[in-house]
Every structure is written in structure tokens, then in C-alpha cells.
Design a binder for this molecule. Sequence first.
Ligand code: NI
Length: 251
Amino acid sequence: MRLALSTWQEIEAYLSRSKAIVIPIGSFEQHGPNGLIGTDALCPEIIAGKAAADSDDILIGPTFNVGCAQHHMAFAGSMTLRPSTMIAALADWTASLRRHGFERIYFFNGHGGNIATINAAFSEIYAEESLKAPQNDGGRFALCLRNWWELEGVQAFCEELYPAGHGSHATPSEVAVTYYAYPEAVKDAAMSPPIAPTGPIRDAADYRRRFPDGRIGSNPALATPEDGAKIVARAAEAFRADFERFASADG
Ligand code: NI
């Protein structure tokens, strides 16, 4: 189920059987010569969408699609939030969902640069809960951060598909996932060198000097829609099990 395609009555009925919701969360940032700027927001959307396609027990909320990407701002089209803005926005998104009775909020992340800020947001949100009067029992309220590549078996599968040139930014696996869902957006671009350099991430100007075409350690020319289909199938299955565990009383 998708929140965007539901009526309020359908959501009221959903809440009578589940208090859990998925929020895909990503980034709008350059992904090298052949990767799409929306990659990090699209990957969790695509994987969760596949798992939810035939399920009335997985509800997908809006994608939080602009994240912390200051280090990509020297490349055209990248967008970023300050960490403080993102923390405030995540707190308001969560409070909105809490208002209706959602208690288990699963943030399904596609961008490594969001992790520190999402965890800081969770600390703010839990502090707010803890500072309420004791009679305001939060019940089963819980937040979850899950990076899609960390779902059971997924990283190992991607490294098996791409034993050389997987890298850490603009990876062939994330590019393949988007090519599977949007074959009309497949790009053909030369990679020079074939495998990009690696190094630290600092500010935007430093990033562009170190990684002139935007990639880090990767060769995304290896990405194909067929590989993407395999990655999405595996990740969707692992996601469904992980979400169901979190949504249940014991998760
Ligand atoms: Ni990415």
C-alpha cells in the first residue's frame, strides 16, 4: 500500500491492523557519469515498492528525498539539507505520523551520508518522548534505520555480482537497481579510469578535486537492468522479513 494512493478511511482501517509504516529516505546528488541524480532516493523506493506490491500489510509513506549531501554540491543538480534542518524535518514527519497512531516508523535509507544525521534525529525524538510527563506512556513507539544494502545477504550478493569495481559511491549495484526500474534512463558513458580512486570525504570543493567525475572506487559501467532485477528481488525479500519483524510486537 502507498500512503499517496490511499484515502484517509483506508489509512484508518490500516491502523486498526498495523501501526507500522515505511519511509524511504535518500538524497538528490550526482552519481558519476552514468548514475541518476535521484539514485539514493529511488533505490529504497524501488525495493520497498516491489515488496509492497502484493501486500496490504506494508504501508509506504512519502520518500524523504533530499538528505545530507553537502559534499556533492560542486556537481550540477545536487541538493542538500543542513543536518540541523534534516533533524527538524524528521522530527516533524515523525510527530505527524505519531498523531494518527503510527508507533513503528521504519526509515529505509539509500544514502550513507544520511546515517549520522538520522541517528541524531532519533536521539532528539527519543529525548522528546523521555521528557514528557510519566503518564504519557509512549507504548510501543520505536524508530528503525535500515540501509538497503545492509539487509541480510544483499551486500554479499552485490559484491559477488561485481567482484572488482563495486566501490562506495555511484556503485554498479545502486545504478543497476535504478536501471531495472527506469530502463528508459539507462546512460552510456565512458569511465576514465575504469575504476575510480578512493579517499576521504570532506567538503564539496575537496570532493571534486579528489573525485573529478563523482565516483568513489567504483565502475558503474558494469550496471545492467538485468543485474538490477536480481538485486531488487533479493533485497525486497529481505526487506519484507525485516519490516515484518520490526512491525511486530517484539521487533
Ligand atoms: Ni548512492
